[in-house]
Each structure stands twice: as structure tokens, then as C-alpha cells.
Design a binder for this molecule. Sequence first.
Ligand SMILES: Cc1cc2nc3c(=O)[nH]c(=O)nc-3n(C[C@H](O)[C@H](O)[C@H](O)COP(=O)(O)OP(=O)(O)OC[C@H]3O[C@@H](n4cnc5c(N)ncnc54)[C@H](O)[C@@H]3O)c2cc1C
Length: 529
Amino acid sequence: MITKKSKYIIDTQELLNEDILKKIKAFCFQKTDSDIKSISNWILENWRIDLTLDQDIILGYLKDWSNIEGYAIGMCRPKNNFESSILIQIFNELKIPFTISAGRTNLTGSATPNGGFIISTEKLNRSKPTVKNNHVLCSPSSLLEDMRQEVLNETNSEMYYPVDPTSRKEATIGGTISCNASGFVPGKKGATRHWVRGLDIILPNGKFLSCKRGEYISKNNFFQIDGNKIKIPEYNRPKIKNASGPYTGCDGDIDFVDLIVGSEGMFGLITNCSLFIESRPRSFLDLFIILDSEKNAFSLFHFLNTQNKIETLNAFEYFGYNCQKYMNNKQYFFNKNSEVGVYLQIPIMEQSEDQKCSEWSSLLLNSNCNIHGDNIYVLNDKKSWDLFFNSRHSIPENALKESKKLGGVSIITDIIVPKENFAQLIEGTHRLIKNSKIEYLLFGHLGDCHLHFHMIPEKREEITAKKTYDQIVDLSSSLGGVYSAEHGTGRRKKNDFIKCYGYEAVRQLYNIKKSLDPNELLNSGNIIT
Ligand SMILES: Cc1cc2nc3c(=O)[nH]c(=O)nc-3n(C[C@H](O)[C@H](O)[C@H](O)COP(=O)(O)OP(=O)(O)OC[C@H]3O[C@@H](n4cnc5c(N)ncnc54)[C@H](O)[C@@H]3O)c2cc1C
């Protein structure tokens, strides 16, 4: 939203005084990263920043959920903006790469260190989330689910933060902003971007910037930061649920907040956040519906879409091919192995639960999708809901565990295409994976026409699996889609970015990265660098 007060000129703040800056420069002069022991001792002596070179401790930070191997010479856990700025300033002086690491639940290797230091956000500006009218102020290190619960507690369940990725109990707020993570809610409201009100950031040069949505808007696709013109990328990002590379000015000028959201930490360290919250529906009707085929599950989507019901839902999740095999407690939900399921969460504003339930029962029974009354489960007591949540969460978790057991790399597609090409994408992808004979399952966000094919190759099938994955990404591009709707690019999907957007887009991203991070130190190896 552009207001009269919106500016494209940004002045950052120096958090370190002249004496400290001089001291750092003098100490770092002619030092290299081979003097790392003396450098770390000096940091400890002068500022008592939590920092270690102990590889036994660092080991726990070398891998994220992508399972890609990383390496690092050191790890630090700054407690506040000042400590973060000191560290980043020193890394710049010594040209030491540094990687931001939070909950490490990303699936693309975006928090996997590529040498240098790890900056763990686990102690950063720790504080209890605080609700103020229509927003919540929080630390990037808070776990998303803790913040969501705190909002409910503080507002007597009248307000809530609706973004609910499956990993919400392990992912941090900083991580979900950086990845623009999304959850069950279909449409724009399901992704983090919609809810970000303001951010505090330490840029890769150690300077501090606080920005609110609407405060800084690019002008002719430029920002001016501390006198330097920064050109924002303009490559064309399809207007669908999209986490493939940073936001661009393809449709005109953009908010600085949007440049940071979804940029996977390549432009700075988020040190504090302000997120919008909204009124919580009085209650929800949670339904799990068993269907006899994928065809009928997709027909249900089309039926509800024609009834304009999709955008009213808080969740429309699909449990498709082979999900039962990887789902804990499947016996509570399914009768036959061939069945698939959908989960609907329906907000209740004014009606009673019974009224809502009978309204939806008759809608579903009249959908012509072969749904019978005894195939609809109401999950409205806490026990059923917890059982369902754990079962839902167990699917990717068990599939990832199976991959680890087989010693192979699990490959999860995150492809998405415009809704009109969805059926073609799903049919083509089933065909490609079936031809490769690789084990897989299918689940995801049917409300957004965004499903994940999770391939579980054995070690000997890895090359075939990678080839198949490439063919799937090509298929999604040919249907006007992108390779990532929610997981991002990281290190694993750099090639997909090039295939999707081309080398001109890489050049544009590289230019802005160079302008903000001339030494290419921050999160090096991510997306394009
Ligand atoms: C079982 C499972 C289920 C999942 N389900 C979903 C889902 O439903 N929806 C979804 O969107 N994703 C999902 N994910 C992916 C993952 O949880 C998200 O990408 C999440 O946003 C990552 O948060 P994190 O705290 O773990 O960040 P990390 O993995 O630690 O980091 C992710 C990226 O963010 C950067 N970063 C982290 N904190 C900051 C900061 N303070 N400042 C700047 N950069 C930062 C890191 O450098 C890295 O590039 C799932 C993952 C797993 C393992």
C-alpha cells in the first residue's frame, strides 16, 4: 500500500560507535580466517558473545532437514542487535562467509552452512510475543506455534495468527518470514507475506534498518539505501502461490518488506518482527472425508470452487496416493487401502456448530463425488483433532525418515501451476514417476491446487529420481507454473530457478545481492550465489 509518506530513500542506522568500528578495523587489519582462534578469543574477551569453534557443538548445526552436508569453522549465537552487528562487521572485515540458521526445518538446504560461520538465531532478542491491537511483536527466534498460542492466550482466543505450516512446532518466526512459509489456509491469507507488518533487519554490512509495510516503496524499481541506488529484480513471477526466489517488481513498484519476505536470508538478518493478527472465528468445524478415488477428490475441489466455498475455508488438505502407508494411526481414518481423504476446516462465525455441520453435510452429499454420511468424520473434540494433526504431520516425517534409512535423498516436489492446468500437471507427474518405478506418495494443499509428490528413491535409484524430478519441473514450467510454491530455492533448487526464470533473472538477482552484500558473504550458496 503506497501512502503519501512512502519513501524510496532509506537511511540505515549504525549500531556501533566510531571507537568500536575503529577497534574492529585495527584488529582485523592483515588478519585472515586462518587466524580464527585468535579472532574468536578476541571477540570473547571484548564482548563475551556466545561463540564456539568446537566441532562437536557445530556438528548439530551443519545439516538441516534437506539432509545436505554442510561445513563451518565456527558458530555464534548473538543475543541482540548490537552483538549481531559486531559479528557481521567482523565477518565483513575478514571476508568470512556466514549463514543464518534458525529452526533448520527447511527442505532446500537454505540454512546449511557453506563454510565460514553459522549465526544461530536461537538466542536473538528473546522475548515473549506481545499483542498490540491488530498485530503481535515478536522475536525471530520464537517458535511459530508458541507465538500462535501466545496470541490466543493474550486475546482470550479472540484474535489469531492463521499461518499454520505443518512444521509450526519446530520452525521459527524468522525462518517462516524468510521462506514465506504457508499453511493450510487457501489463497493469499495462507502465506506469511500477507501478515508481515514490519521488520527490523541487520543488512549484510552490519547496518540496521527498521521498516514497516507501506513505509519504503521502490520508485521506478529502485531503492536508494544510504545514497546507493539499488535496482530491484523485474523478472516475471507468475501470480500464483509462489516461493520461487525473491519478490520482484514485475508489476511495478514494491514494498521493501516484500523484498525481504521469502528472500531466504540473502539480504539480511531479521532481528525483530511485527505480524498482523485478525479476529478469530468463534469456532471451527473440522471434517475428514473419505473418498474412493483421486478423481472424486479433485471433483470435490471443482464442486466447492463453483460454489465459491474454497476461499471461505481455513483448510482443504488432500491425502492421496500411498499416504496411508506413511501415516500414523491410519486405521482411525481409512477403511480400505485404495481410499484417499480430504480434510476441511470450516470457520464458524455466527451459526451453531450443528447448523454448520448440517449445511456442509448436505453440500457434500450433493456434490456427486460419491460421499456418504458414514465417510464424513467430525474432528471437533480435542482428542480427534490431536490425533489428526499428528497423523498429518507423520506423513512427511515418516517419508523423510524412510529416505534417511535407505541412505537416499528424499525428493519432494513443490511445483504449482495455474489452476486451469492443475489436472494436466498431476496426471503428467503421476505418469513420470510411475514410469521411473520409484516409490512415492502424494499429499498437500488441494485448496491451492498445490500438491507434493514425495519420492523415496533407494540409493541406486537416485540418478533416475533426480532426472524424473527435472522432468516434473520442466512440465510445471511448460504449464505456466513454478518449481516452488512454499519451500523455496535454497541450495537444492538453484538449477530449478535458472530453468524457471533464465539467466537474465539470475543476473538481476546477482546485481541486487552485490549491491547489498558486496563480498557475497551472507547465506552464500543460496538461490544464486
Ligand atoms: C516435516 C516438515 C513439514 C513442513 N511443512 C511445511 C509447510 O506446511 N509449509 C511450508 O511453507 N514449509 C514447510 N516446511 C518447511 C519449513 O518448515 C519452512 O521453510 C520454515 O519456514 C523454515 O523455518 P526455520 O525456522 O526452520 O528456518 P531455517 O530452516 O533455519 O532457515 C530457513 C531459511 O531462512 C533463513 N532465516 C532463518 N531465520 C532468519 C532470520 N532471522 N533472518 C534472516 N534469515 C533467516 C535461513 O538462513 C534459511 O535461508 C516443512 C518442513 C518439514 C521438515
